[in-house]
Each structure stands twice: as structure tokens, then as C-alpha cells.
Design a protein around this ligand. Structure first.
Ligand code: HEM
Length: 260
């Protein structure tokens, strides 16, 4: 939605947390229950999204926003095959869906990348090597592009190998030998056979954010390993499920800059 003002983003943080916790909870709508708090939070978020949508309509009409600048402009200006445009509430709902689908998923993955690379120096070293090959081709301040992302093959295999909380999947020894071992090389070559590895689901309702998530996660890894090594401060920190896996003490680490 092209919102870069930190205070504006922060306004969504608390209601979003309530929504994330309540969305997979017992559906009991009674004052004080997580479900009830989530409904209230979603009402607040929808109201705020409607304000943003209305401002954007005016900005588009006055030429202050462009039709291609982001998904909000796209949703306002694209009609279906019958020539109908989405109404404001539909757009708010779609954006809410994208925010829910896209926020905790990618950020939890980034958290676990920090955890595992902090625990497994031999994996860290290969990620570092791969990312430095790319960093070396860049001039000062030059941004990563799509070709760079596609060169980050080992780093993506590391992201694929991370924690998966549904215990029944990705553990079948027939398809994932030594399933408990952290081994990103299992994704090399053709990788696991189709429909055995399904972190983004499969079929027509497969996650539409997959490539965006890959981009976000790999850019995060690039910028992190390029600058730092790190050490976990709580070696055996527990993982709690809330509803996504989360380190119980927020994964404190100590950073070591490469050139210090
Ligand atoms: C590591 C990151 C992510 C993981 C592991 C993930 C995983 C999933 C899974 C398993 C599904 C259900 C697929 C199915 O029913 O077969 C899904 C659906 C969805 N995801 Fe993601 N996702 C991620 C990132 C994102 C991002 C970044 C966005 C948006 C920007 C997003 C938006 C959605 C939406 C809108 C759906 C519902 C699709 C539908 O029902 O048609 N996801 N995701």
C-alpha cells in the first residue's frame, strides 16, 4: 500500500497481533475471548484500510499516485470480465487477507533462519559464500535484482529446510531420508518428488505469495550474512506454537560484524 510512515504502520501492530492470535482459536464470540478480540481488531483494521483506500482514490484522480505503484492501485483500477470494479469493502478484505497471509509466515521464516544459521556454522559458511559472490558483483548502494535472487539457490534450500510444525509432513523417511537432520542439500537437483514437499500448499489454492516470500526471505538473508555472524544467547531456547512456531524468549543473539 506504499505506506512508509513508521507511526502509521505501528498503529496496525497491536490489532494485528490480536487478529493473528484469534484467527486460529476456539470460535467463541464472548467478551474477553481471543476470538472476540480478533473480531474487534479486524473491524478496526478494516476501518483504517477504508480510510487509506479513500485517500488513494483521490490521489489517483489527482495524479498524486500512479496506477502501477502497488497492489492497492491495481485493485482499484482493475475490473473483472464483466467490467465491474471491486467495491471498497472487498478491497479492504482482500488486503486484510494478504496482510494475514503474508506477515507472520515470512517473518517466522526469517526468525528461524537466524536461529539455525546461529546454531550451524557449516551451513552459515555456505550461505555466506553464496551471498558474498553476489555482493562482490554489486557497486556501492546498488540494489539486488531478480537475477541475483535466482542465483541464491543454496540460501533458498536453507529456507526450505526450516522448521515445519505439522509433524506428519516432511518427515516421511521414504522421501526425506534422515528427516531430523538439517540438510539443505536434499533440495538440490530435482529435489523431493512432486507433492511431497508442500510448505506453500498445492493445487489451485496454492499460496499466491510464494515468490514474494522467496524474495523477502532471500533479501533478508543476503543483507544479514553479508554484514554479520552471530551467536545465540540462549542455547536451548524453547519453541512455542502461537499459532506459528515462535522462540519463547524472542531469540536474543549477539552480532559480530565481519569487518570489526
Ligand atoms: C514463508 C512464507 C509463506 C508460507 C510458508 C505460506 C504458506 C501458505 C499455505 C500453506 C497456504 C495454503 C495453500 C493451500 O490451501 O493449498 C497459503 C495461502 C495463502 N497465502 Fe501464503 N505463505 C507464505 C507467504 C505468503 C505471503 C508473503 C503472502 C502475501 C503477500 C501470502 C498470501 C497468501 C494468501 C492470500 C493465501 C490464500 C490463497 C487462497 O486461498 O486462494 N502468503 N500460504
Amino acid at each position: 500500500m506504499s505506506i512508509e510512515d513508521e507511526n502509521h504502520v505501528a498503529k496496525f501492530a497491536d490489532p494485528f497481533h490480536l487478529l493473528g492470535t484469534g484467527i486460529i482459536s476456539l470460535p467463541i464470540d464472548f467478551p474477553g475471548t481471543p476470538f472476540n478480540k480478533a473480531i474487534k481488531a479486524s473491524k478496526f483494521i478494516r476501518k483504517e484500510l477504508l480510510k487509506i483506500i479513500r485517500v488513494r482514490k483521490v490521489d489517483l484522480a489527482e495524479g498524486k499516485a500512479t496506477p502501477t505503484q502497488d497492489i492497492l492501485s491495481h485493485m482499484l483500477l482493475t475490473c473483472n470480465e464483466d467490467g465491474q470494479y471491486m467495491n471498497e469493502l472487498d478491497i479492504a478484505d482482500k488486503i486484510l487477507g494478504l496482510l494475514i497471509g503474508g506477515h507472520d509466515t515470512a517473518s517466522v521464516t526469517c526468525t528461524f533462519i537466524v536461529k539455525y544459521l546461529g546454531e550451524l556454522p557449516h551451513i552459515y559458511d555456505r550461505v555466506y559464500q553464496e551471498q558474498m559472490e553476489i555482493a562482490k558483483t554489486k557497486s556501492e548502494g546498488e540494489l539486488l535484482n531478480w537475477d541475483d535472487i535466482n542465483k541464491m539457490k543454496y540460501s533458498w534450500n536453507v529456507a526450505c529446510e526450516l522448521y515445519w510444525s505439522a509433524n506428519s509432513t516432511h518427515k516421511n523417511e521414504e522421501y526425506f531420508p534422515e528427516a531430523e537432520k538439517f540438510d539443505p542439500t536434499r533440495f538440490e537437483g530435482n529435489g523431493p518428488i512432486p507433492y511431497t514437499f508442500v510448505p506453500f500448499g498445492g493445487g489451485p489454492r496454492m499460496c499466491p505469495g510464494k515468490e514474494y516470500a522467496r524474495l523477502e526471505i532471500l533479501v533478508f538473508m543476503h543483507n544479514l550474512v553479508k554484514r554479520f555472524k552471530w551467536k545465540k544467547l540462549i542455547p536451548d531456547e524453547k519453541i512455542i506454537i502461537n499459532p506459528l512456531p515462535t522462540p519463547s524468549k524472542n531469540l536474543p543473539i549477539q552480532l559480530f560484524p565481519h569487518n570489526a
